[in-house]
Design a protein around this ligand. Structure first.
Ligand code: PLP
Length: 389
């Protein structure tokens, strides 16, 4: 463990990366790691991608920042493209996922306020979810471990079990403003919404006049084989939060919304000094170039099949250690019988970087542009690690 001056909110292993190349991260000592976690779905096109580096360097040589006091061309272009390819009509840019969610939470309340329905301030979140670490976003997720010692009460958020449409129906009152959920729960264990659930939530929101917000910070931007995961269902949300992969490693968040909802966000309602910054939105556009490239999303689906069937073989081979494969696209979870943290550490010792999720899931979030050879290499390391347990 390093004894640095950083606050102890994280406890990283004693490894220092010096550079990255595609799906690999290299240390100063010359160790080379296959990156199947990509900073939690952030470095979506691996490391040092020439198209992303070129965009950042080009913008760095022009200007970095003007604030939203002035028009930012790359932000306008990115908003135009994100809305063209989604349900949304408007985009708001932030610097992180938590802020993107926060914008959507505020919008849900303000929408009803402007409609004269001032009672509608409560928002329903899902148990086992994750929306960030600000006060409002931890309240939205309601994870007791994240709330403890920071506030008392519910701050206007109710919580129901993910996938339980009857529980959601019962929780909606004339004080409810909207619902927020992850179409694929990430931190909670890589759990896709049950079949038909997204449609049922949409229907319920329409019947009761409340808003439907999806948090696609982890599952969006091509991760599941669609630009956004809600596209796997038949419905469109009212609000969507994106971040993580959107910047490919450069900090950026976005909150997308329909015109109907976004109309409440007029001058003075919300803002951010850095949000939509030229560096961030130039890189965001470059990432979008790659996600929208012909065949990329199909390739994500193909590689997902290969990876998941290889993992299923490992589950069959090591039933005393692994129990199931779950997830969508290249957002994959392996349910473990052995402690997931122990597996993560052993894999890292064998030069494969992974993450954990929930209490018993190992999380794989490889680069979206990986190859069959990377999948073979990862499966090989997993098999070797499980064999030598
Ligand atoms: C990571 C994540 C967030 C929070 O993003 P930050 O950039 O850390 O604020 C919110 N929601 C989901 C689903 C996430 O995976």
């Amino acid at each position: 463990m390093s004894s640095s001056a950083l606050m102890a909110t994280y406890s990283p292993p004693d490894i220092l990366f010096e550079r990255g190349d595609g799906a690999y991260l290299m240390t100063q000592d010359g160790d080379k790691y296959l990156d199947f976690i990509t900073g939690i779905a952030v470095s979506a096109f691996g490391h040092n991608h020439p198209h992303l580096v070129a965009a950042l360097i080009d913008q760095a040589g022009k200007y970095w920042h003007s604030s939203n006091m002035f028009r930012i061309e790359s932000a306008e272009i990115l908003a135009e493209r994100l809305t063209k390819h989604t349900f949304a009509d408007r985009a708001y840019f932030a610097n992180s996922g938590g802020e993107a969610v926060e914008a959507g939470l505020k919008m849900m309340r303000r929408y009803h306020f402007d409609a004269g329905d001032t009672k509608r301030t409560r928002i329903i979140g899902m148990k086992n979810s994750f929306h960030g670490r600000t006060i409002a976003t931890v309240a939205a997720a309601g994870n007791p471990a994240h709330v403890k010692g920071f506030f008392e009460g519910d701050l206007g958020f109710d919580h129901v079990s993910y996938g339980d449409i009857d529980a959601l129906r019962a929780a909606i009152t004339d004080e409810t403003a909207g619902v927020i959920l992850e179409p694929v729960q990430g931190e909670g264990g890589v759990l896709p919404a049950p079949e038909g659930y997204m449609n049922a939530v949409r229907k319920l929101c329409d019947e009761t006049g409340i808003l439907f917000m999806v948090d696609e910070i982890q599952c969006g931007m091509g991760r599941t084989g669609k630009l956004f995961a809600y596209e796997w269902s038949d419905i469109e949300p009212d609000i969507l939060a994106a971040a993580k992969g959107l910047g490919g490693g450069f900090p950026i968040g976005a909150c997308l919304a329909t015109e109907k909802v976004a109309a409440c966000m007029v001058v003075g309602t919300h803002g951010s000094t850095f949000g939509g910054n030229p560096l961030a939105t130039r890189v965001g556009n470059a990432v979008l170039d790659l996600v929208l490239e012909d065949g990329l999303l199909d390739q994500v689906c193909r590689h997902s099949e290969t990876l998941k069937s290889g993992l299923q073989d490992l589950v069959d081979l090591h039933p005393d250690k692994l129990t199931a494969v779950q997830g969508l696209g290249l957002m994959v979870g392996i349910k473990c019988k052995v402690p997931n943290v122990d597996l993560l550490v052993k894999l890292r010792d064998n030069k494969l970087l992974t993450g954990r999720a929930g209490t018993d899931v190992l999380r794989l979030l490889p680069p979206l542009n990986l190859t069959d050879a990377h999948i073979d290499e990862a499966l090989g390391i997993l098999n070797k690690t499980l064999k030598n347990w």
